[in-house]
Design a protein around this ligand. Structure first.
Ligand SMILES: NC(=O)c1ccc[n+]([C@@H]2O[C@H](COP(=O)([O-])OP(=O)(O)OC[C@H]3O[C@@H](n4cnc5c(N)ncnc54)[C@H](OP(=O)(O)O)[C@@H]3O)[C@@H](O)[C@H]2O)c1
Length: 349
């Protein structure tokens, strides 16, 4: 099979090579999927830059979500069958024509579901659902801040907050303000040109926010924590800001910018910090992940979730796809199509 290997950390033009590789073999609890398309996630950019601790040693095939058809399954797999079209979370290995993953991280989908939606549901919507529905209940009129609100996870979080009747504050860069408004963000904030914390204080005064979803970290986290009201919680699920650090000193500064917290502070102020890593949940709590994935598909079928596909790239355009994600211009899900799957070939014919 053809696979895209991450061969070198750093710039996009030298980081990847398309190589022949052995088709992976599923174990008793896994399935083998013939991949129609795989998705990009911000963690891929972190992995490419050598900032992602869980990434396997290079050369490695990265990639967290695929859509395709099951062509083989392990002897203990019961929830899905060979021949079914599925959306799946992979633990790396997604940038290839065939990928294996645990059957608990796979959900059957309709033949008509578009590839962007199928991919966004597996990672970004599962992450958002777990953060918002399992870790932190949202209630009507809650004041909720979503950082990077126009991105993949951000779009999903906004859709959940809207469904729960919250007052939504969303940050993104300048060109995405209209998109945020269309998605239902009540207070779109351009955090590239203004101080988001000051903007929010101007709107809410001293009442404080109920929930913050923070994938950025550093000073965004520290400022966010101060914005929380009593009973407020901050869900920390990423560190995008670290990609800006060019050397060890800037990395240390990024770590310092988070601030130092003592448990007593959480008690006295009645504020909470919650951390989420969906790979840990998928690996260590497969039943929880499977429940979340099935709920995400149900919400999609009920029209609560409406994933947005940003751009679709071809297999040999992986460098361009990464540049696009890193450029901070993207909205919604970025997709890369595999050229040789039977479904894609049939569509061409
Ligand atoms: N913990 C988990 O299990 C988990 C799972 C999935 C994703 N995540 C995290 O969630 C975040 C969103 O992931 P995604 O895949 O949906 O990506 P995404 O939001 O579609 O793309 C990244 C966006 O983040 C914004 N951003 C903010 N600060 C940035 C910075 N310093 N450098 C680059 N971009 C920056 C950019 O948009 P604007 O500048 O316009 O806002 C950019 O378009 C990432 O931090 C990712 O690591 C965590």
């Amino acid at each position: 099979m053809k696979a895209i290997f991450l061969v070198k950390n750093g710039a996009t033009d030298q980081a990847f090579e398309i190589r022949e590789a052995d088709r992976p073999v599923p174990n008793a609890e896994q399935v083998l999927i013939e991949v129609e398309a795989f998705g990009l996630n911000f963690a891929d950019v972190m992995a490419r830059k050598g900032l992602y601790r869980d990434c396997p040693p290079l050369p490695a095939i990265v990639g967290y979500d695929v859509v395709g058809r099951i062509v083989e399954k392990g002897k203990d797999v019961q929830n899905v069958d060979v021949g079914q079209r599925v959306s799946a979370l992979t633990r790396f290995g997604g940038y290839a024509e065939f990928a294996v993953t645990q059957a608990s991280a796979v959900a059957p989908i309709s033949e008509s579901m578009d590839i962007g939606s199928a991919l966004a549901l597996a990672t970004q919507y599962c992450t958002a659902y777990y953060c918002a529905e399992e870790m932190s209940r949202l209630h009507p009129n809650d004041k909720v801040l979503v950082h990077a609100a126009a991105g993949g996870v951000g779009t999903a979080l906004v859709q959940i907050a809207k469904y729960r009747g919250c007052e939504i504050f969303g940050t993104a860069s300048t060109a995405k303000m209209d998109y945020l408004k269309k998605q239902g963000v009540h207070h779109p904030i351009d955090y590239r040109t203004s101080d988001f914390a000051q903007e929010i204080k101007n709107i809410i005064g001293d009442t404080g926010l109920d929930v913050i979803f923070d994938p950025i970290g550093g000073k965004y986290f520290k400022k966010g924590f101060k914005l929380l009201g009593s009973g407020g919680r901050i869900i920390s699920f990423g560190a995008s800001e670290m990609t800006n650090a060019k050397n060890i000193f800037q990395k240390l500064k990024f770590a310092k910018d988070f601030g130092i917290f003592h448990p007593v502070q959480f008690v006295m102020t009645s504020k909470s910090l919650l951390g989420v890593n969906m790979l840990r949940i998928a690996d260590d709590r497969p039943l929880v992940f499977n429940r979340v994935f099935n709920e995400v598909i149900r919400w999609y079928e009920e029209g609560i979730f409406q994933p947005v596909t940003g751009k679709i790239f071809q297999f040999d355009e992986i460098a361009k796809a990464h540049q696009y994600m890193e450029s901070r211009q993207s909205i919604g899900k970025i997709v890369v199509k595999c050229p040789h799957t039977r479904r894609n070939l049939a569509r061409k014919a």
